[in-house]
Design a protein around this ligand. Structure first.
Ligand code: ASP
Length: 452
C-alpha cells in the first residue's frame, strides 16, 4: 500500500493518460459513441465531460490569484527593480524570436512537403473571420481601467501590469508595508498548496479528458487530412525537440534530457486541457520547484509566456497557411510568407492561451494575406487533436525561455534543475502536518478567546 501511495504523481498522470487514450480509442473504434447511445450520453458526455470540466475549471480558478500573489512576491523578491526591466525585455525578445522561428519552421516544412498541392477539397464547415486587434489597441489594453474587472475576466496582461505596480509600490512604501508584503508572500504559499490539492486529482481528470477527446475524435477525418496532420505534427516535434532544445542548451547550458523529463507532467496537462492558461499553475510549479527558476523570474515569465508566446500555434498557422494556399492554388510568394510570420507573431500578443484560439488567430492571418477564410473549415475537424499537441509545445517554449532568462539573470538554481527528486509530488505532499495543524488551531483559539 505504502508503495502505491508513494508513486509520483507524474507516473499516475501518465497511467491516466494511457488508459484514457485506450478507452477513448475503444469507444471510438467500436462506434459506441453514436449520438443518443448510453455510452455517449452517460460516459463520454456525462462522466468524462463532468470530471474533465470540473478539473479544468479548478485549475483555471487558481490562475488569477496565483499569478497575482506570486508576481507581487516575485517583484518584492527580485531585489533590484532594474532587473525586472531586464527580465521583461529579455523574455519578450525571446518569446517573439522563438515564435517567429517556429512559424518559419512551419512554413518551410509545409512548403518542402508540398501538402495540399493538387488537392481538391470542398470546405467542410463554415468559419467566420475574426478581426486582428490593432497593435495600438493591444498596447492600450495592457493597462486595466478597472482592476476588479481585469481579474474577473482573467485578463492576463492587465493582471501582470497591476501586480508589478503593486509590488513596486510596496517597495517604495518600505518598512511600513512589511506586514502586507508578508501577507502576500503567505498568500502565495497558500495558493501553491492549493495547486498541489487540485493536481492530486489529475490522474483521474486526465483520464476523463483524454477519454472524451479521443472518443469524440473523427478518426476518418484524421485519415483524410493525414498529410496536413502528419506534416504539422512533424513540424511541432521538430521545434520541440530540436529548436527549443538548442535554445536551452546554447543559452543556458542545461541538459535538454533533464528538461524534457521534468516537463513531461506539464506537457500532459497542456495536452489534456488544450489551454496554456489553465496550465499556468502547473507550469509555474514545475518551473520553480523542478527546474530551479527563481519565483521572481518565473512568476513573470510563465503567465506572460502563456499569453504572448505560442510556438506551437505559430507552427500550425504556418503549415495551415501553406496547406490552404496550395489547395486554392494561391501563390503567396516570399512577401506573403513574411506577412504571415509578422501577422502571426503580432496576433499571438494579447491573445490568451485557451482552447481553439489558434484558429481565430489563423483567420486574422488569412484575411491579411488574402486567403479564403472558408479554408479554415477544411482543417476545423482535426483541430481538436492538433490543439492538444500544439499547446504542449506552447508551454514547453514558456519553460525554456524561463530557464534561459533566469540563468542569465543569476536567478537560477542548477542544483534543483539537476536533482531528479526536486519538486516531485506524491500523495505525501498533501498530508497536513499535525504539529502545524495544532499550532494554527491554537492561534485561532487564542484570537477567539481574546475577543471574548
Ligand atoms: N490552445 C492553445 C493554447 O492554449 C492556443 C491555440 O493554439 O489554440 O496555448
Amino acid at each position: 500500500m505504502a508503495e502505491v501511495k508513494k508513486m509520483p504523481l507524474t507516473t499516475k498522470v501518465l497511467i491516466g493518460m494511457g488508459l484514457g487514450i485506450a478507452v477513448g480509442l475503444f469507444i471510438n473504434l467500436l462506434g459506441l459513441n453514436s449520438a443518443g447511445s448510453f455510452v455517449n450520453e452517460y460516459v463520454v458526455n456525462g462522466l468524462f465531460f463532468i470530471v474533465g470540466k470540473m478539473f479544468v475549471t479548478g485549475l483555471t480558478m487558481l490562475v488569477v490569484p496565483l499569478v497575482f500573489f506570486s508576481l507581487v512576491t516575485g517583484v518584492l523578491g527580485i531585489g533590484d527593480i532594474n532587473a525586472l526591466g531586464k527580465v521583461g525585455g529579455k523574455s519578450f525578445a525571446l518569446y517573439m524570436l522563438t515564435t517567429a522561428v517556429a512559424i518559419a519552421i512551419g512554413i518551410s516544412v509545409a512548403v518542402v512537403s508540398g501538402i495540399g498541392e493538387g488537392a481538391n477539397m470542398a470546405s467542410a464547415a463554415a468559419f467566420s473571420a475574426a478581426q486582428a486587434p490593432a497593435l495600438s489597441a493591444v498596447l492600450i489594453d495592457i493597462i486595466p481601467s478597472n482592476v476588479v474587472n481585469a481579474m474577473a475576466l482573467g485578463k492576463m496582461l492587465q493582471i501582470i501590469f497591476f501586480a508589478i505596480l503593486v509590488g513596486i509600490s510596496i517597495l517604495m512604501v518600505g518598512k511600513k508595508a512589511e506586514p502586507l508584503a508578508r501577507l502576500i508572500e503567505i498568500s502565495n504559499e497558500i495558493m501553491m498548496k492549493m495547486v498541489n490539492i487540485v493536481m492530486a486529482v489529475a490522474p483521474y481528470a486526465v483520464f476523463a479528458l483524454l477519454g472524451k477527446a479521443i472518443a469524440d475524435l473523427g478518426l476518418n477525418l484524421l485519415l483524410d487530412l493525414g498529410g496536413y496532420v502528419g506534416v504539422l505534427i512533424f513540424a511541432l516535434l521538430l521545434h520541440l525537440f530540436v529548436t527549443l532544445m538548442i535554445v536551452l542548451k546554447v543559452f543556458s547550458g542545461m541538459s535538454p534530457f533533464v528538461f524534457l523529463k521534468k516537463m513531461r507532467e506539464v506537457q500532459i496537462f497542456a495536452f489534456s486541457t488544450s489551454s496554456s492558461n489553465a496550465t499556468i499553475p502547473v507550469t509555474l510549479r514545475a518551473v520553480v520547484n523542478k527546474l530551479g527558476v527563481n519565483n521572481s523570474v518565473a512568476s513573470f515569465t510563465v503567465p506572460f509566456g502563456a499569453t504572448i508566446n505560442m510556438d506551437g500555434t505559430a507552427i500550425m498557422q504556418g503549415v495551415a497557411t501553406v496547406f490552404v494556399a496550395n489547395i486554392y492554388g494561391v501563390d503567396l510568394g516570399i512577401t506573403g510568407y513574411l506577412t504571415v510570420i509578422l501577422m502571426s507573431v503580432l496576433a499571438s500578443i494579447g491573445t490568451a492561451g485557451v482552447p481553439g484560439v489558434g484558429l481565430i488567430m489563423l483567420s486574422m492571418v488569412f484575411t491579411q494575406v488574402g486567403l479564403p477564410i472558408e479554408g479554415i473549415g477544411l482543417i476545423l475537424g482535426v483541430d481538436r487533436l492538433l490543439d492538444m499537441i500544439r499547446t504542449a509545445v506552447n508551454v514547453s517554449g514558456d519553460a525554456v525561455v524561463s530557464v534561459v532568462v533566469a540563468n542569465s539573470e543569476g536567478k537560477f538554481d542548477a542544483a534543483v534543475y539537476n536533482n531528479p527528486d526536486a519538486g516531485v509530488l506524491t500523495t505525501d505532499s498533501l498530508e497536513i502536518d499535525e504539529e502545524a495543524e495544532l499550532e494554527i488551531a491554537q492561534v485561532v483559539k487564542e484570537t477567539h478567546d481574546t475577543k471574548d
